[in-house]
Write a protein of this length. Structure first.
Length: 419
């Protein structure tokens, strides 16, 4: 069958989430394409997958979208749990997210080109990143089955459920999607929001909303093409700690933990720190003697040598830590990024499972607070034991190749009849 993947522009980390599944389908004999805007033209060849470019580069418009935040945040010492909406206005948040983020990632000229390609190539299945609702529209327009691929937790369905409970008569997502579907002769249906089914890359212990059909797949970290430097395999003579804020946070102001705070936290510890930060993230901050700053190193190679990882709650960093059984210290990102894109749920899940700690109070975040938390993660054996337990549990989840037969059956059940 023909399978079209869709990923948002300029977010290589999202491209890397879909890559293992795309290759599982390709090696099973299926024809695969990856569609996105030209911002990722240089990244797609590094996956070995054929790409299709639609629309124009997003450029600075993406940065404006990434930095759009609500006017107010909840008090930091009591940050909301993953299923707690009591202190929020979910309808207003869903409306803001839909208008400023989801619609911004689905410009009409790009959508027109995507639909034109889909109607020409006629995929049997469209797999779309949970930020790219253009994939659902294109699938409906060409009669393909379609699946939503989660890059984090299912925050949008969670938020929409709460918003409709609060105000059943107003659905911001339907109000946005319905005229776009009509543009191509399609009616609105719930599958435009959730896909015919959802491919879920989150570990089994994470919270999930009721109602959506989830097909579980093991999170399989892919770091892109790279050369592993020789020092990765050398014994540093003391515990090694990885410090990463992910690649998606580079170039925007969504990370609340600064390099200065992070370096202060580790400066006096008897550890070797590998900080995967670029020059812009480090800035003029003095680098302690025990910190090695590298622009990039593949986490799949680095984390097996580490006693702990400090990260922002990203899917790539947490997934690699689960796979390799590494204890985690999660530091805050922006409120919206935490709550709706998964890091908040990931952070809570890590702490609830006893595999690490979450420094939740971002407004009083200090190097001293981070250091005390990191010392606990490194010194208390329970964190390592629980991290190893999670590694064993994650290996029981079906790998990408194992769900290919399910994808074939679901596609046959949901696609429109072919001539």
């Amino acid at each position: 069958m023909r399978v079209l993947f869709l990923t948002p522009p300029a977010l290589a980390s999202h491209l890397y989430v879909l890559t293992p599944l795309a290759w599982a389908l390709r090696t099973a004999g299926h024809d695969v394409r990856v569609a996105t805007q030209p911002d990722l033209a240089d990244a797609i060849p590094g996956t070995g997958l054929p790409g299709v470019l639609v629309g124009a580069e997003m450029g600075e418009a993406l940065m404006a979208i990434a930095q759009a935040e609500p006017a107010t945040k909840p008090p930091a010492p009591d940050r909301p749990k993953q299923d707690d909406y009591a202190r929020d206005d979910p309808h207003a948040e869903l409306d803001h997210l839909t208008r400023h983020l989801l619609a911004g990632l689905c410009p009409t000229p790009m959508l027109d080109e995507l639909v034109e390609f889909a109607r020409s190539w006629r995929p049997d299945l469209v797999v779309w990143d949970a930020l790219t609702y253009a994939g659902a529209i294109a699938a409906r327009a060409c009669g393909a089955a379609h699946a939503r691929l989660l890059f984090g937790t299912d925050g949008y369905v969670q938020l929409r459920t709460a918003a409709l409970r609060q105000n059943p008569g107003a659905d911001p997502m339907r109000a946005w999607l319905e005229p776009l579907l009509a543009r191509y002769g399609c009616d609105f249906g719930e599958d435009a929001v959730t896909g015919h089914w959802t491919i879920d890359t989150q570990p089994p212990w994470m919270w999930r909303p009721e109602g959506a059909r989830h097909l579980m797949v093991r999170p399989t970290p892919f770091n892109g093409p790279s050369i592993v430097p020789p020092w990765v395999g050398e014994d540093p003579g003391r515990p090694r700690v990885c410090l990463t804020l992910g690649v998606s946070h580079r170039g925007n102001d969504t990370a609340e933990a600064s390099a200065a705070d992070l370096f202060e936290a580790v400066a006096d510890l008897d550890v070797e720190v590998v900080a995967t930060l670029n020059a812009e993230q480090v800035g003029d901050t003095p680098v302690p003697d025990n910190v090695r700053v590298v622009d990039f190193v593949p986490l799949n190679a680095l984390l097996p040598t580490c006693a702990a990882v400090v990260h922002h709650g990203g899917n790539g960093a947490s997934g690699a830590a689960y796979e390799h059984g590494v204890p985690q210290l999660v530091v805050p990102g922006s409120y919206w990024s935490e709550k709706w894109f998964g890091p908040l749920a990931i952070a809570n899940g890590v702490e609830e499972q006893g595999a690490g700690l979450y420094v939740a109070d971002s407004d009083t975040l200090t190097g001293d607070a981070l250091r005390k938390s990191l010392e606990r993660v490194l010194s208390e054996p329970s964190f390592a034991r629980n991290a190893e337990r999670l590694s064993r549990e994650i290996l029981k989840v079906p790998a990408p190749r194992d769900i290919v037969p399910s994808l074939e059956r679901l596609t046959e059940a949901h696609r429109a009849p072919r001539d």
